[in-house]
Design a protein around this ligand. Structure first.
Ligand code: E4P
Length: 224
């Protein structure tokens, strides 16, 4: 399973790109607007930080297929590298996805809440579908179950589309998606910290440090 960071914040992207096995960045209009920056400056800077080989998923803000395609082409030309345009599921979005498939531009079909939406997005040629796990859980919709069903559906029909689960609020949701065979998750920077944190780990490390220091003081292996 690949890990992406879901943010437009440059400091968070820099940090997670340095310390975690990051496969790329996803943004959405809300996350971009939150940064209160010039759009192109922000998106180009994200690309500079992660380099050309990591995925960058940027959402179109257009509402017709033709304009979505135009916007996707412009973003791809401007940021280059491994790029995917995020398009919300809908008639115009599906039409744009089929057009972009012809042009060789990858699509992440977003705002997915049912396996039926995911299946039709994959048939239209989307490279990824993004189901919103926590938003489903918030309405007692079982986000993990939706991810499981989509993974199963894609396997059953041999579809070349990956599940990029999004909207997470805790590690349990991420873990259950991993067990379901989810291909990719996109998570906020604080969740990266939660994934690796455990009080037993802190206790184990403190014990190693204490015992070493009792014998060798401040000397490290490099000092011998
Ligand atoms: C995914 O495509 C969305 O941008 C995002 O993950 C939604 O997350 P939220 O429910 O925390 O806003």
């Amino acid at each position: 399973m690949k890990y992406l960071i879901d943010t437009g914040n440059l400091a968070e992207i820099k940090h997670c790109n340095e310390f975690y096995p990051l496969a790329g960045v996803t943004t959405n209009p809300t996350l971009v607007a939150k940064e209160k920056s010039d759009f192109w400056t922000l998106i180009k800077e994200i690309r500079n930080i992660i380099g050309p080989d990591k995925m960058l998923h940027v959402q179109t803000v257009q509402t017709t297929a033709e304009k979505m395609v135009e916007e996707a082409k412009l973003i791809k030309e401007t940021v280059g590298g491994e790029f995917y345009v995020k398009i919300p599921i809908g008639e115009e979005g599906l039409k744009a996805t089929m057009m972009l498939k012809e042009l060789g531009i990858g699509v992440t079909m977003t705002a997915i809440f049912t396996p039926a939406q995911a299946l039709i997005a994959a048939k239209a040629g989307a490279s990824f579908v993004a189901p919103y796990v926590n938003r489903l859980d918030n309405i007692i919709g079982d986000g993990v179950r939706v991810v499981e069903d989509i993974v199963q559906e894609f396997e059953l029909y041999g579809l070349d589309c990956q599940v990029l689960a999004a909207s997470f609020k805790n590690c349990e949701q991420i873990h259950k998606c991993a067990l379901a065979g989810c291909h990719t998750v996109t998570i906020a920077s604080d969740l990266f910290k939660s994934v690796i944190a455990h009080p037993m780990t802190d206790a184990a490390v403190a014990g190693f440090e204490k015992d070493w220091k009792a014998m060798y003081g401040d000397k490290k292996i490099l000092d011998f």
